[in-house]
Design a protein. Sequence first.
Length: 252
Amino acid sequence: MTDQLPGFMGRLRERLQLGTSGGRPPAAGPDRSGAPRGGPVFVADFSSTRQWEAGRSWAYPGGGPTNPGDNKLDHLVADPSYSRGGVFRATRRASGMWSAGLLTTEDSREGFTLRTGDVLRTRLRLPEEVGAWPAVWTWRDGGNEVDVFEYHPDNPDVLELSNHVRGSGHDFKHPCVRPGARIDVSVEFGADCVTWHVNGSRAFADGVGVGDDWCAYLIVNMSVSAGEYHPPPRPTTRSLSYEVSDLRVYRP
């Protein structure tokens, strides 16, 4: 998702042919880890101005509003109708860019950060329109990026899962992944292994992790593809959207 690593998943996909950077991923199977003990340490309230900063992120050059170096048509906006209800939207601008919704815990009053060992769980409704580029991801100090998920409707049955901290990734292909589908995604940010589950089944365990001292802010947003790695929106498309209906973080 960053300008420091443009087209990471595209290049990774060509190199790994839907594999991993360290060999083939474990086969998908039931999630036997159980629910995290205790209650969540973070429950997303997207309407909260204490939890979330809108329309600005230091993952974008200068904090935004644009990031063309990462092949995005985004023009970030703080308008609450683009993010604060949990539906993340983008709409076409006369300039050819797209007004786009983004929320981050960075620079918010609470300033919540994920830490090594945390488990993030989220429920999503995927977008249907070609050109949509939704994501939930992490960021801090020019890096520390782990993508809980990225999605492009032109690859309708694929979720992109990646750990940019240590260069691992996997394209999870499954019939449950499709435009407009509602899915559950969870990620455990382990020191030696980041593990993703989709709808309760293991999707990918990267075997490299994020290290003992990792921490990062959360970002939830709708980007718009500019066409280099995935097609841009069709000329007749005026708006894009996806929904995050629940997002929680648990800490051991």
